[in-house]
Write a protein that binds this ligand. Structure first.
Ligand SMILES: Cc1ncc(COP(=O)(O)O)c(C=O)c1O
Length: 376
């Protein structure tokens, strides 16, 4: 018997569900021809504001540019230090370094994979000892679970720091009754195709309740535009979302809430089965994850063997991420909290992300569960 082909995400199944609506949305853009900042951009931003509860939504060209624009709005400059987790995608610290700032890597929690708030004091001390000026924090909602914003915001307030949410993986998630997008002063998300809400190319968005920050972000998105087209009020970038992508995303939003529920059901089934083995991710009591990834932690000596066994059984897996960021050549000049980041260093050798998407049948979920439990 041939092994099945179970992929990590399945964008084709989603496309099959909404293809006629997507084709009509694309045709509408072709008809009106406003490819840059067409009416779908405004419509999509309004919809996102309603869903997130944020007063302002500024769509943009990618999650990476969303972070960069947030750093520009906050005026990060050489000598500034920004605390962030050492276990995340490179785009998080990249946005700081791009402006001459220095990331201060702190450790993450072993079970939620999110920034460990108890490490922040140490991060501040390490930054100051090395002559850097701490000004803010970027928290990351890794794999879809919002970070502990209550504790993070308390800390930030006490220390006079700003805090930005890298919610590239968590749009659709919640903390209590508040949606991602309204948990911090500025939230940045990504619409990369495989994200919970993904477009057919690159895209992203920023969320804020602050009128002044929103105005800066809108200006930065348009090369720092001031009151008129050729008035350059500040440095900016070409950071716009394409009208075509907004049109596609509007159609994807129609089924988004439904898809988040389907992802939660897959995660619940996985976790019920993996609980006895103690390998399941932990979602904090108040959090609802968007389940961008479902990531287990395995004994280091077994992880690669398990991965090979699953591959032989036709099940794709991925290691997010194969290295902690302080081990990457590009980040050798960054500051690491004194004591190091042992959990961020260990997770690349123990974590394994399993197939996770809203179109995973119960039979396939059970096959993944049986195969994984068999392999360990
Ligand atoms: C945590 C995190 N931050 C930032 C990004 C960057 O988003 P994008 O790929 O849209 O630039 C990603 C996406 O991969 C991400 O996972």
């Amino acid at each position: 018997m041939n092994a099945p082909d179970i992929t990590l995400v399945d964008l084709r199944a989603q496309q099959a569900r909404i293809r006629p609506a997507i084709e009509r949305a694309i045709a509408r853009v072709l008809d009106h021809g406003q490819y840059i900042m067409g009416p779908e951009i405004d419509e999509f931003e309004t919809r996102l504001a309603t869903i997130s509860g944020a007063k302002h939504v500024i769509t943009c060209s990618s999650g990476t540019d969303a972070l960069l624009m947030a750093m520009m709005a906050k005026g990060v400059r050489p000598g500034d230090a920004v605390l962030c987790p050492g276990f995340t995608y490179t785009a998080t610290p990249e946005s700081i370094v791009m402006l001459g700032g220095v990331p201060v890597f702190v450790d993450v929690e072993a079970d939620t994979f999110n920034i460990d708030v108890s490490q922040l004091d140490g991060g501040l001390r390490s930054a100051r000892q090395q002559g850097a000026r701490p000004i803010g924090i970027i928290a990351v909602d890794l794999f879809g679970q919002p970070a502990n914003y209550a504790a993070l915001c308390d800390f930030a307030k006490r220390e006079g720091l700003w805090i930005i949410a890298d919610a590239a993986q968590s749009f659709g998630g919640r903390l209590g009754n508040r949606a991602v997008g309204s948990l911090t002063e500025i939230t940045a998300t990504s619409f990369f195709p495989s994200k919970p809400l993904g477009c057919y190319g690159d895209g992203g968005a920023l969320f804020t309740n602050d009128d002044t920050i929103a105005e800066s972000l809108r200006s930065i998105r348009l090369h720092g535009r001031g009151v008129s087209k050729y008035d350059v009020a500040r440095l900016g970038i070409n950071g716009r979302l394409d009208t075509l992508q907004a049109a596609i995303l509007l159609e994807k939003l129609v089924i988004f809430a439904d898809e988040i529920v389907a992802r939660s059901e897959v995660a619940a089934r996985y976790s019920a089965a993996f609980g006895a083995a103690g390998i399941q991710p932990i979602i904090s009591r108040r959090a609802t994850s968007a389940w961008a990834q479902y990531t287990v932690t395995l004994p280091e000596a077994r992880r690669d063997h398990v991965r090979q066994r699953l591959r032989a059984q036709g099940i794709a897996t991925e290691v997010y991420y194969p290295r902690a960021l302080d081990e990457q050549p590009a980040f050798q000049d960054c500051i690491v909290v004194s004591g190091g980041i042992p959990i961020a260093r260990r997770l690349p050798r123990t974590s394994l992300s399993l197939p996770m998407h809203p179109y995973l049948s119960v039979e396939t979920q059970d096959y993944v569960i049986r195969s994984l439990l068999g392999a360990i």
